[in-house]
Structure formats: C-alpha cells, structure tokens
Design a protein around this ligand. Structure first.
Ligand code: PGA
Length: 253
C-alpha cells in the first residue's frame, strides 16, 4: 500500500500571522477529526518554513515543504534558496517544476533535472510536478507531453533515487480554475505515468511511486479523486488556504 499524501501548496499567500493561524487550526482539526494515516504537508513560502516547522514540533502526521529550490548548491545567486539550506533547517520536501514556475520563471525539463538532483543529493524528497496546458489536452497531446516531462527530469535517476520522488500530476487547465479533472481523467493519466515508470524501472518500482493529483481539488471532489487506484492523494492550492476546507480534503484521503 502506498502512503497517501495531501500536500497544501500555499503559493505566495498569507502574512506570518495568518500563516501561523492557518497551520495551527489545521493541526488541531487533523488531530481531532481525521482518522486514517494520510500524511499532510504544508508547502509554505520560504520565510515561514522555520516558524511553521517549530510550531508543528514533532507532529508525526504533518510536515513542511518548500515550494522551490535553486539548482545551485551555494554561491552568488542573490535571492535564491538552496537545497543544503533547506536540509540544514530540517525541511523534508520541496515542490519542483510547478506549472507556475515553468510558465512564469521559464523552468524547463533540463533545469528541473538539475534541481531534482541537488534536492536528492541533500536528502530532500522532491514533489515533482508535471501536467499539460489546455491546448495540448485539446489536441490530444497530453499523454505524450506528460511522459516527456517525466522522462526529461526523472529518467536519469536510478531506482533508489526515484523512490524518493513524489510525482504530482497537475493539468494546467485545472489549476486555480475551479475546473477539476474528472476522476476518470485523473486515473487515466496517473495510470499512464505509472506505466511509463514501469517501462523504465519495472512494475515493482513503479508500484511504489506516490503520484498525487493537483488542480482545483476541494472538499467536494477530494474523496472521489483520491479513491482512484493510481491516485495517492493530492497537491492542493486554493483549498489549502482555509483550514476547514483543507481538513475536509484531508479526510478524503
Ligand atoms: P489549485 O492549485 O488547487 O488552486 O488548483 C493546485 C496547485 O497549483 O498545486
């Protein structure tokens, strides 16, 4: 059985005070209401990593993740944050290749392969995002594109390294739009990704890889999406910013 994960991607939202309140409300609700053993990750803006991590203490169910890191390990890269820095703060996860990074910051498959490598080298688990824009889906190119994204940034890894990666399939047309992929569309793409991993690493390895769905996951659709055999939880944006909504999403896992 693969571990279920529900990761909240806070993106560039919340003041420090609001962030502390959100984390503490979700932590309380999860402790009081959520059964099952889904793992929860708060992927918070860099400045909030330590305060939120300290607030969580040694919470066994909830941990923190960053939303990006540099491909470089150190040096004259003003404004950047490195994987060794995250590691030194005890941060276990880092989102890499989110479609907003690809779209607004020009991140491509090659660069992301470097980021994946540097994250893994320093003991972080990448949450690697892939997913097609609307025009690619409409032209029926989604399977080919997502397979290429996975290949470009992950296929150079050996099996042991790959097992530390969490994949998030996030169709770009579903992110922040309120237009969720249907459970069938999500399941189909997750199965395509898993099959592609199996073609390179074998079925046994592919079966261990956690693949999250992201794109307008909310309290109403989480359970159905997370019940699909190849969907191992979610990467959640908007609905992770409200404690009640996020808790309901977690309950779906
Ligand atoms: P959304 O964002 O849930 O607001 O669609 C998901 C994401 O970008 O990770």
């Amino acid at each position: 059985m693969r571990q279920k994960i529900v990761a909240g991607n806070w993106k560039m939202n919340k003041t420090l005070e609001e962030a502390n309140i959100l984390a503490s409300e979700v932590t309380g609700m999860v402790a009081d209401e959520v059964k099952g053993d889904a793992k929860v990750i708060f992927c918070v803006p860099f400045p909030y990593l330590l305060p939120i991590k300290n607030q969580l203490g040694n919470n066994a169910r909830i941990s923190v993740g960053a939303q990006n890191c540099s491909e470089h390990e150190s040096g004259a890269y003003t404004g950047e944050v490195s994987a060794p820095m995250l590691k030194s703060m005890g941060i276990p996860y880092v989102i890499l290749g989110h479609s907003e990074r690809r779209q607004y910051f020009g991140e491509d498959g090659k660069l992301l392969a470097k980021k994946v490598d540097v994250a893994l080298k320093h003991g972080l688990s990448p949450i690697f995002c892939c997913g097609e824009p609307l025009e690619v889906r409409e032209a029926n190119g989604h399977e080919a594109l997502v397979k290429k994204q996975v290949e470009e940034s992950l296929f150079h890894l050996d099996a042991d390294a790959l097992k530390k990666v969490v994949i998030a399939y996030e169709p770009v047309w579903a992110i922040g739009t309120g237009k969720t992929a249907s459970a069938q569309q999500a399941q189909d793409m997750h199965a395509v990704i898993r099959k592609h991993l199996a073609s390179k690493y074998g079925q046994a390895v592919a079966d261990t890889i956690i693949i999250l769905y992201g794109g307008s996951v909310n309290a109403a659709n989480a359970k159905e999406l997370f019940s699909c055999p190849d969907v191992d939880g979610g990467l959640v944006g908007g609905a992770s910013l409200k404690s009640r909504d996020f808790t309901e999403v977690i309950k779906g896992a």
